[in-house]
Design a protein around this ligand. Structure first.
Ligand SMILES: Cc1cc2nc3c(=O)[nH]c(=O)nc-3n(C[C@H](O)[C@H](O)[C@H](O)COP(=O)(O)OP(=O)(O)OC[C@H]3O[C@@H](n4cnc5c(N)ncnc54)[C@H](O)[C@@H]3O)c2cc1C
Length: 413
């Protein structure tokens, strides 16, 4: 049996380890576009901040693939996938055949489609190469602009500020992380970022970039104002890196649609990680939940299934635990009930004195989502309740009180 994995990120490497754990003899090949040993992508912002080095970001040793007896094609990219006969073609002209394939090619940063977006000094933040480019320009830049207020935008803004650069963050919403945070928690985060010296411009977008000699000198806002900046970092979300997948052959939505066995619509071809659209445990339906722990878990389940060991993956849960300045934030699931949908109950708690925010969102008798700001010790247990979708025996208010961590958890939950 010939196994092929596309992608050397966390989903790919966990799948490779899983395959090898159970089968020491199968022929296994990996193709990975980036010319680095496997590394922690979330730490690219620490590289920008100057608090990590590429060496510290490595997840596995340089000899990882050789140690596992895996044929590694590194620094090459899959450009086409044949379903019959089964093979991939790479940019360097290789043809690699397979019996079982895992597509774990992750995602690519979405770049803004505005005039001047191709000027030097404008970067996404996804790879070590992006982070190194940002650091190079930051060394001589006097001001930076960050476009977008999602997780990557927030991390980039905080990292650049940590380097001492004046940073302006342009966000279309009223507060950063607007997809995850409700208004009260969002305004706490915005205040925290402003206090750290970041200028947040809410309700605005960048309409163009201006430059001089091919280098960016300013971002032009949709109201005509210009923000002088020699460095721009764009965090406007990601798109699955699935250009080589034909929609005619493999079912795709926003990502590659997979079954509970991480299998695509073509038997024997699997997908995992940021490239895959999985069942969303909190909201129902299929969704891209492009986060690290889900990519790792999907990689493990996909590896098992490639070996024919039927291992169900119940679905993914959007969640995050991050520190932003002095705030600890934990979010999961549905944090703002979709407009017009019934069955949701929201219970909120705000303690200004302790800088503590709680929101729990219930759907019928189940916990569907949460937002915790500070005192987040109970986040893991709440996430577990959301993930398992267990009917609750407690009234929402009592669960909210318990979530503050002031008392122990009763056995009945
Ligand atoms: C700045 C930043 C901060 C983040 N912070 C967090 C966080 O705090 N918490 C969290 O949960 N998640 C965070 N994430 C998201 C997290 O990093 C991703 O969910 C995770 O890395 C996805 O892993 P993956 O293996 O699916 O994809 P990736 O890590 O993107 O790996 C994909 C691999 O496939 C390769 N590849 C792509 N296309 C091809 C091709 N055509 N042929 C061959 N190889 C290919 C790539 O080079 C790469 O090796 C962050 C991401 C970024 C960028």
């Amino acid at each position: 049996m010939k196994h092929l994995v596309i992608g050397g990120g966390i989903a790919g490497i966990v799948a490779l380890e899983t395959i090898r754990r159970h089968d020491s003899r199968a022929a296994v090949t990996v193709v990975a576009a980036e010319d680095h040993p496997p590394y922690s992508r979330p730490m690219t912002s620490a590289l920008v901040a100057g608090t990590a080095s590429p060496a510290r970001m490595c997840l596995r040793p340089e000899t990882f693939f050789a140690d596992l007896g895996i044929t590694a094609v590194i620094g090459d990219r899959v450009v086409a996938l044949d379903i019959e006969p089964r093979a991939v073609h790479t940019a360097a002209g290789r043809r690699i055949s397979f019996d079982r394939l895992l597509i774990a090619a992750g995602a690519e940063a979405r770049l803004p489609d505005v005039p001047g977006a191709d000027l030097d000094g404008i970067f996404p933040l996804r790879t070590i190469a992006d982070a190194e480019g940002i650091v190079r320009v930051a060394a001589t830049a006097s001001r930076a602009v960050v476009v977008g207020g999602g997780l990557v935008g927030c991390k980039a803004a905080l990292a650049l500020r940590h380097r001492g650069l004046p940073v302006t963050m342009v966000i279309t919403s009223s507060w950063p992380l607007s997809q995850q945070l409700d208004d009260a928690a969002g305004m706490m985060l915005r205040a925290e970022m402003e206090e750290s010296g970041i200028t947040v411009l809410p309700g605005r977008s960048v309409a163009a970039f201006r430059g001089n000699g091919g280098r960016v000198t300013a971002a032009v806002l949709d109201d005509g104002r210009e923000l002088a900046a020699e460095l721009a970092v764009v965090g406007k979300g990601v798109v699955p890196a699935a250009d080589f997948v034909s929609r005619k052959h493999i079912r795709t939505g926003t990502g590659i649609r997979v079954s509970e066995y991480l299998e695509t619509s073509v038997p024997g071809i699997f997908a995992a990680g940021d490239v895959a659209e999985t069942f969303d445990l909190a909201g129902g339906g299929w969704r891209l939940n492009a986060i690290w722990p889900e990519a790792a878990e999907q990689g493990r389940a996909a590896g098992e299934n490639m070996l024919g060991r039927r291992t169900a993956y119940p679905g993914s849960l959007a969640r995050n635990v991050i520190r932003a300045g002095r705030l600890d934030l934990a979010t999961a699931g549905v944090t703002v009930p979709p407009k017009g949908e019934t069955g949701f109950t929201v219970v909120d708690h705000l303690d200004h004195r302790r800088g503590c925010r709680r929101r729990l969102v219930f759907h019928d008798d189940r916990l569907a989502g949460m937002v915790l700001v500070n005192r987040i010790a109970e986040a893991g247990r709440l996430m577990q309740l959301i993930r398992t979708r267990r009917p609750l025996t407690l009234p929402p208010d009592l669960l909210l009180e318990i979530s503050l961590g002031d008392c122990g958890w009763p056995i009945c939950i």
